[in-house]
Design a protein around this ligand. Structure first.
Ligand code: HEC
Length: 220
């Protein structure tokens, strides 16, 4: 190593550093004051990105329709709904569908149909469930409130109405199911029976009371 180089490494002075950087500095433009024009490629990239975004939304937004975003296959969901509301009406088919619909009743009446003492009456072995279908259909369509005797115990609470959520077929199905589940052995309920009572009570919005239902039964 020569003496002069060692010297410049050990104590580099201003002149040496500029000298060393000059070849590199020549390769680049010197920064200047003021605004510089935006590079054309950046402008092009910006519009390309905005354009691509617009195309993407147009292609994949599904016309902004809410049903497009249901999970699962649209065709399958539609077919399921169609089957639930207009499929077969044999007692076996109704009972199978009814068991599924019953999941919505089980929160209160329990999976085993025994209810919750003091709060929710049982459905297993009650005179209401195995009694006239008309009464049951009315209870499901519009709900029930006020005091009621069920299997020897008194209840006084609110049973929600299901007419708005369940189709005629679903109501017939869940009633067919509870009338034949557990120890119950009553006959099936037909969707047509639900349909005619739904029409008959179309003006009604209030829940039924047990005494109203009893007087309707004796009038029939
Ligand atoms: C939020 C709780 C709740 C849900 C859910 C519910 N019920 Fe009830 N149900 C009640 C209550 C409370 C009564 C008693 C009402 C009263 O005290 O007047 C009742 C009464 C009944 C009765 C008449 C009395 C008896 O036990 O025999 C039947 C039949 C019945 N429900 C069927 C159903 C069916 C079928 C479903 C599902 C579609 C259902 N319920 C969902 C709370 C519920």
């Amino acid at each position: 190593m020569s003496d002069s180089l060692r010297e410049s490494q050990e104590s580099p002075d201003e002149g040496d550093i500029h000298e060393m950087h000059d070849p590199i500095a020549r390769e680049f433009e010197r920064p200047e004051d003021g605004y510089q024009p935006i590079p054309l490629t950046l402008i092009f990239l910006f519009f390309a990105l905005v354009g691509w975004g617009g195309w993407y939304l147009g292609a994949y937004s599904g016309d902004w329709r809410v049903d497009v975003f249901y999970p699962g296959d649209r065709a399958t969901a539609a077919a399921e709904a169609q089957k639930e509301s207009s499929g077969g009406t044999s007692p076996e088919e109704l009972a199978t569908l009814g068991k599924r619909v019953y999941a919505q009743c089980a929160a209160c009446h329990q999976q085993n149909g025994k209810g919750v003492a003091g709060n929710f009456p049982p459905l297993d072995g009650t005179e209401w469930v195995t009694g006239p279908p008309q009464t049951l259909i009315r209870i499901l369509l519009h709900g029930l409130e006020g005091p009621i005797q069920v299997a020897g115990n008194e209840y006084n609470a609110q049973m929600p109405a299901w007419g708005g959520q369940l189709s005629d077929r679903q109501i017939a199905a869940v009633l067919t199911y509870i009338r034949s589940a557990w120890s119950n052995q009553a006959g099936p309920v037909k969707p047509a029976q639900v349909e005619s009572l739904r029409k008959e009570s179309a003006d009604r919005s209030a829940s039924w009371t047990a005494s109203e239902l009893k007087s309707l039964e004796s009038g029939q």
